[in-house]
Design a protein around this ligand. Structure first.
Ligand SMILES: [Zn+2]
Length: 230
């Protein structure tokens, strides 16, 4: 999407291109409409390198702040680079209450790093959260978690080379083992793999146990009421 600010007409963006984003407030992938646009005459006067635009989420009407870098101040219009920074990113969700308390604290911070685009801080926190979960899982916990991660690799059909940094972050926790540097795409894979690992090791188990307990309870209740009515 190429956005320009024209001296005469203000904001111009191609009308045939729908501009959508995942809204950090309502979580819906929604169409965004311009809500607040800078004064073009003032921009020509100060010529800032970055400018801010506020869009409105069509689903919940919340304001979404975006920062753009100026590509060029031309005679009659200001052209902006297509890449922009979302000042508030959507929060990553997870059923945190199923995790051991210490793991939950670390994983919440990991997700907050991810939402702020700090992907290597995110990787470091993932390692800490994973280590904390291995201790909570007990003796063979790390091995079990490793099997879950290999299963996730297979399901997602990720080749060994691309998957190596993800495994290093999660399982190479010796003092001499450094952390690989991750880019946005690798951090995204790490996020999904670790969520899946926690899901398999903690969430699934607790939910299933609780669901079966509830079923048994109702079977017992109905048996008791049959006996008493007999
Ligand atoms: Zn919204």
């Amino acid at each position: 999407m190429t956005i320009t600010l024209e001296r005469e007409h203000g904001l111009r963006q191609p009308t045939d291109e729908q501009f959508g984003l995942e809204c950090p407030y309502c979580g819906v992938y929604a169409h965004m409409s311009p809500q607040s646009v800078p004064d073009v005459a003032a921009l020509y006067k100060d010529r800032p390198k970055h400018i801010g635009l506020v869009y409105q989420c069509d689903a919940c009407h919340a304001p979404i702040f975006l920062r753009f870098t100026v590509k060029n101040y031309a005679e009659s219009s200001i052209e902006l680079f297509q890449n922009f920074i979302e000042l508030e990113r959507p929060k990553e969700r997870f059923p945190f209450s199923y995790l051991p308390k210490h793991t939950e604290v670390l994983f919440r911070e990991a997700l907050s790093c991810y939402s702020s685009n700090n992907f290597n801080a995110f990787a470091s926190m993932c390692r800490r959260a994973a280590n904390s979960s291995f201790s909570a899982l007990g003796e063979s916990g790390k091995l079990r978690a490793f099997d879950e991660v290999l299963a996730a690799q297979e399901i997602a059909e990720i080749d060994d080379n691309s998957f190596e940094p993800i495994k290093k972050v999660l399982f190479d926790s010796g003092e001499k083992e450094g952390l690989p540097t991750l880019n946005r795409a690798q951090a995204g894979v790490l996020l999904e793999v670790l969520k899946d690992m926690f899901y398999q090791c903690f969430v699934r188990r607790s939910r299933l146990k609780r669901a079966i307990k509830v079923r048994r309870f109702f079977v017992r209740e109905s048996n008791d009421s049959l006996k008493s009515s007999a």
